[in-house]
Ligand binder design. Structure first.
Ligand SMILES: *Cc1c(COP(=O)(O)O)cnc(C)c1O
Length: 233
């Protein structure tokens, strides 16, 4: 597995997708999704210049964060998994971003538990854009209510929206979901002009070009960087 090579390839693909969409390549940030992958894989990615990483499991993420902290290596950590309300404290204390916020109660807990010596926790609201029962996230109609609630929490900084659309081979269905997200994102920016709303997190290994075409500002890539995941351990 040549992780550095894979990262270079992804940057190439981001560049191509941006050119086709007539967008500046610097408007799309790469988040390397390192869940289930060892520290050594993260080090390889870091050596290729990658500094932002996404983790789905609280305990695993915290262990990695503490390891790199102890080495004096400053990385940016995003929590991107479903979060049980009894696990909010570890996310509030260790991560820089939380991308799967979907309840006012979770927002309140994160706000209360964020250490005051740290910058506010950056948060994204997760929207259930494909109306899948299995996927978490709020319904699009509820997005603004939750956003206005978060706006009043001083230790959270609302940065935008995140979605995991239902996987599909149908490109127009795929782009439909992403376009709906872009329109919600525009709505959010207009409704909260005083917040730093700048992040629309969508696009994974299999749907990245469509996501960029439809306005994504952050792609979350795991498999194309680190290879397939083994959940059996
Ligand atoms: C695992 C995961 C990814 C990465 O998926 P790949 O298909 O491996 O690129 C992105 N986002 C979330 C929320 C994930 O859980």
């Amino acid at each position: 597995m040549d992780i550095q090579h894979n990262i270079n390839l992804i940057h190439q693909k981001i560049k191509t997708a941006c050119e086709e969409a007539r967008r500046d390549q610097n408007t799309v940030k790469l988040l390397a999704v390192s869940k289930t992958k060892p520290i050594s894989a993260i080090i390889s990615a870091y050596q290729a210049g990658q500094t932002a990483f996404g983790e789905n499991y609280v305990q695993e993420g915290v262990e990695k964060i503490q390891y790199f902290g102890s080495q004096g290596i400053n990385l940016e950590w995003h929590f991107i998994g479903p979060l049980q309300s009894n696990k909010t404290r570890l996310v509030a204390e260790h991560f820089d971003w939380m991308q799967t916020l979907n309840r006012a109660k979770t927002a309140d807990r994160l706000n209360k538990q964020r250490p005051i010596n740290k910058a506010p926790l950056n948060v994204l609201i997760q929207v259930n854009i494909s109306d899948e029962e299995s996927k978490s996230g709020i319904q699009p109609e509820e997005m603004l209510t939750l956003a206005k609630h978060i706006e009043n929490l001083p230790h959270l900084c609302l940065r935008g929206l995140m979605a995991i659309p239902a996987p599909t081979d149908n490109i127009s269905e795929q782009e439909n979901a992403f376009r709906k997200m872009l329109s919600l994102f525009e709505q959010l920016k207009q409704a909260l002009p005083n917040q730093q709303i700048d992040t629309l997190s969508m696009g994974m290994t299999d749907d990245m070009p469509s996501a960029i075409k439809c306005g994504s500002t952050m792609v979350r890539i795991g498999t194309a960087i680190f290879g397939t995941r083994d959940y059996s351990k």
